[in-house]
Design a protein around this ligand. Structure first.
Ligand SMILES: Nc1ncnc2c1ncn2[C@@H]1O[C@H](COP(=O)(O)OP(=O)(O)OP(=O)(O)O)[C@@H](O)[C@H]1O
Ligand SMILES: [Mg+2]
Length: 390
C-alpha cells in the first residue's frame, strides 16, 4: 500500500513501524519477552485498540500467524500455522524496518488431525530457529479448543521448548482461559492494551503529517482526540476524511468538523443502524438524540468506570445540552427504551434496582454519537468540552 494511504488507514492494522504510534511500555514488555528463549503471551484489550497492530511488530526467523474463525478447531488452527512459515534470515526480535519477509511453506507431511502431542513435537522440532506463532482473534475460539491450547502451553513450558506463542484477543478471553484451565495464568504473560492516551493519538496524526506534507492545528488535533475517545480507528477515520475533503496544506478545526459528516457515512453500517433505531421518533420534540448524547458524555466524563454511568450522572449533562433544568423522571423512560430490543439495546444495564449502571453496548457508539452531535449541530465542541471541565 502506498505510504500516503497507510498514513490514515481506519480499516487496516498497522504493518509498517513508521506509522506505529505510542505503546512504549507494551513494546518494551513484548521486546523483553521475545528476548527470552521461551514466551507465552496474551495481548488483550478492548475491540479496536490496536492489538493486531502491536502483534504485527513481532519478527522472527520463523513467523507463523493465523486468525481464528468460529469454526476452527485446535487442529485446523495449528495446521494453518504450520503451513504458513515465514523465514526472515534474522534472529527473533522486532520488525522495525517494515520490510516484507519471504514466505516459505512447510512441506512436511503432517497427519490430517493434529493433537497436542504432534503439535508440541513439531514446535520443539523448530526450536533451534526460535519460531514465533501468533494466533489473532483468539476470543473467537470455540470452548472445546481452549483446553488443548492451554495444555499445549503447559507441555511446551515443561519441555523447555524454545519458541514464542502469542495469543491476541479481546479481554473477555482472559477469564475464559482461566476458567478452562486454571494453571494457564501461571504460564502466560499478559500484555494489556488500554485505550490510547492523548499523546499517542496525536502521534498518529504527526506521523501522517510527515508523510502527507500537511499540518494539523492544535485545535484540529484536540477535536480529533476528543471524538476518538482513545480508539485509534477514529483518528484514522477522521484523518482520512479530512485529507480527502481539503485541498489545503493546513488543517483547522473547521476542516475536521466539516469531515465528520462523511465519517458518519463511512462508519460501520451497524453503528449507523443502531443509532438511527435508538433515536427514531415521529414526534419532533422527542429528545432521544439529546438524552443519548448525554449518555455518551456521561461515559466520557466518568472515566474511571470503564464507560459505566448512572442515571443521576446524566442530569447535569442533559441540562447543559438542553440549556434548562430537567428532572430525572423526564429522561428515565428514554433509558428504559435504550436498553430495550425495540431501540436496538444500544445501552446495557447492570446491577440492582436503585443502583443500576448503564453503558453503551458497543464502545464504538460513543465516538459515533459525538460525531453525529457535532456534525448535525446538536451540540458544539465548546459546550461539550465545557461539560467535561465542570
Ligand atoms: N499504535 C498504533 N499507531 C497507529 N495506529 C494504530 C495503532 N494501533 C492501532 N492503530 C489503528 O487503529 C485501528 C485498529 O487497529 P487494530 O486493527 O490493530 O486493532 P485491534 O485491537 O486488533 O482491533 P480488533 O479488536 O477489531 O481486532 C487501525 O486503523 C490501526 O491502523
Ligand atoms: Mg485485531
Amino acid at each position: 500500500m502506498p505510504k500516503t494511504k497507510q498514513a490514515f488507514s481506519p480499516l487496516n492494522p498497522i504493518r509498517d513501524a513508521e506509522f506505529f504510534a505510542g505503546r512504549a511500555s507494551q513494546i518494551a514488555m513484548l521486546r523483553e519477552q521475545l528476548d527470552e528463549q521461551t514466551s507465552f503471551l496474551l495481548i488483550h484489550g478492548e475491540r479496536g485498540v490496536g492489538k493486531t497492530s502491536l502483534a504485527n511488530l513481532i519478527k522472527s526467523n520463523i513467523l507463523c500467524k493465523t486468525t481464528v474463525n468460529s469454526t476452527d478447531s485446535f487442529s485446523s488452527l495449528c495446521m494453518r500455522l504450520f503451513n504458513q512459515v515465514q523465514l526472515s534470515g534474522s534472529k527473533a526480535g522486532f520488525n522495525t524496518t517494515g520490510t516484507q519477509m519471504p514466505v516459505v511453506r512447510m512441506t512436511e507431511k503432517l497427519p490430517t488431525i493434529l493433537d497436542i502431542d504432534v503439535v508440541s513435537h513439531v514446535i520443539q522440532g523448530l526450536a533451534s530457529s526460535q519460531a514465533a506463532f501468533v494466533i489473532d482473534e483468539f476470543d473467537r475460539i470455540v470452548e472445546d479448543a481452549i483446553v488443548p491450547f492451554a495444555e499445549l502451553v503447559k507441555s511446551l513450558s515443561d519441555s523447555g521448548a524454545s519458541c514464542h506463542l502469542v495469543f491476541v484477543g479481546t479481554t473477555g478471553i482472559v477469564g475464559r482461559l482461566r476458567a478452562a484451565h486454571p494453571s494457564i495464568s501461571r504460564h502466560l504473560t499478559y500484555i494489556e492494551l488500554p485505550r490510547m492516551t492523548r499523546d499517542e493519538l496525536a502521534q498518529i496524526i504527526h506521523n501522517a503529517e510527515n508523510v502527507l506534507d500537511i499540518k494539523f492545528s492544535d485545535d484540529a488535533i484536540n477535536l480529533m482526540v476528543f471524538v476518538s475517545q482513545g480508539l485509534p480507528h477514529f483518528i484514522h477515520l477522521i484523518g482520512q476524511a479530512v485529507v480527502k475533503g481539503t485541498g489545503s496544506k493546513g488543517v483547522g478545526r473547521d476542516d475536521v468538523l466539516q469531515a465528520l459528516g462523511s465519517c458518519m457515512d463511512q462508519s460501520e453500517h451497524n453503528l449507523r443502524e443502531l443509532y438511527d433505531q435508538a433515536v427514531y421518533s415521529a414526534q419532533r420534540d422527542a429528545q432521544y438524540r439529546q438524552v443519548l448524547l448525554a449518555c455518551a458524555m456521561a461515559g466520557v466524563i466518568v472515566t474511571s468506570q470503564q464507560g459505566f454511568f448512572n442515571a443521576g450522572e446524566i442530569k447535569p449533562i442533559l441540562e447543559g445540552i438542553l440549556h434548562r433544568k430537567v428532572v430525572t423522571a423526564s429522561y428515565h423512560p428514554h433509558l428504559q427504551e435504550f436498553i430495550s430490543k425495540d431501540r436496538g439495546a444500544i445501552l446495557e444495564r447492570h446491577g440492582q434496582p436503585r443502583k443500576y449502571r448503564y453503558r453503551f453496548s458497543n464502545p464504538f457508539l460513543v465516538p459515533y454519537v459525538l460525531m453525529n452531535a457535532l456534525s448535525t449541530k446538536l451540540a458544539d465542541i465548546e459546550m461539550l468540552t465545557a461539560l467535561i471541565r465542570k
